[in-house]
Design a protein around this ligand. Structure first.
Ligand SMILES: [Zn+2]
Length: 311
């Protein structure tokens, strides 16, 4: 049965709180015109948010009856997102810097809680977010960690970088979720066991292990490949070129952190799992979006470019 348009409109409005299939909430950063098969679009301000003084734009998507029956809001969202490349998605996010910062902080919150001890109620100190391409991003120092009985600081914002990279490029992501023995130092342990399982179940070919170096370090980026063993020089050159293309120019290779010792993720990935791997040390000057969101964006964009190059 075909409902009159006015009736259908009021139906979708009244039911929008109960049945979310006809409503796609978009942030200001997402409001780029995107071509897909939506018959009509209109905008209205979400009443409850308006009352709270938080004006949020809600895009009402009106579909014909067939679309309403066959399309869920999550399908619509993924259809919009899938039409954009990782670079395009990131560029769109970056159009609204304050929203972009909010997004970064919402990802970082799980690590920064308890003064970067992470979620100390979790029984497992490692979490995994599944992807769909054979590249694994690792952030073992997203929270504080314990080395030789001493608490070591977190590599701040490496957790949010890893998760955002996963969202933008569909890489797999593994990361520390709370304080525990240093996964990049001890031999074996639950983090490496999880890594092993992810690699074997998903035919992972590259492992990119993200770390943070102090701002006093003289490099912007240091790439550790066990002195050339865990990644061939042609691939390393692609990493270097991507950073330079994003105006991050002081790149060293096996300069300070070569990931040589047995306990590192890179060493384990290469010597035990026999996969291409690299430890990326990112200077703190490029990691703190509260101080310098442009530099954070440059690092993230470089990583998105690298993932694309590896495919
Ligand atoms: Zn680290």
């Amino acid at each position: 049965m075909k409902l009159p348009i006015c009736l259908l409109t009021s139906f979708t409005f009244i039911s929008s709180q109960i049945i979310p299939f006809n409503e796609h909430v978009v942030s200001a950063a997402e409001q780029k015109p995107v071509a897909f098969h939506v018959a009509k679009q209109s905008y209205h301000l979400h009443k409850s948010k308006r009352k709270m003084g938080m004006w949020k734009v809600v895009r009402k998507v009106k579909l014909n009856r067939t679309d309403l029956e066959s399309t869920s809001s999550s399908n619509l969202t993924s259809e919009v997102n899938n039409s954009l490349s990782g670079e395009e998605k990131l560029s769109t996010m970056f159009e609204d810097k304050s929203n972009f910062l909010k997004k970064i902080l919402s990802y970082e919150q799980q690590f920064s809680m308890n003064s970067y001890g992470g979620d100390t109620y979790l029984t497992r100190p490692v979490e995994y977010k599944k992807g769909s391409i054979p590249i694994l991003i690792s952030a073992p120092h997203a929270t504080e960690h314990i080395r030789d009985g001493k608490v070591k600081s977190a590599d701040i914002y490496t957790g949010s970088l890893a998760l955002l990279l996963g969202e933008l490029t569909n890489t797999h992501v593994v990361y520390s979720s709370r304080i525990a023995d240093d996964p990049n130092y001890i031999k074996g342990g639950i983090y490496k066991d999880t890594l092993n399982k992810i690699v074997s179940e998903n035919n992972i070919q590259y492992i990119i292990d993200l770390h943070g170096a102090a701002s006093e370090r003289t490099f912007d980026i240091d790439l550790g490949t066990i002195n050339g063993k865990s990644m061939d020089s042609e691939t390393v050159d692609k990493f270097t070129a991507a950073f330079k293309a994003n105006n991050i120019t002081d790149i060293t290779v096996n300069g300070t952190f070569a990931a040589e010792t047995e306990g590192t993720i890179t060493n384990y990935s290469y010597n035990v799992l026999h996969k291409n791997s690299v430890q990326i040390e990112i200077n703190k000057e490029y990691r703190n979006p509260r101080n310098d969101i442009d530099s954070y964006y440059s690092v993230l964009n470089s990583l998105v470019n690298i993932v694309n190059e590896l495919q």
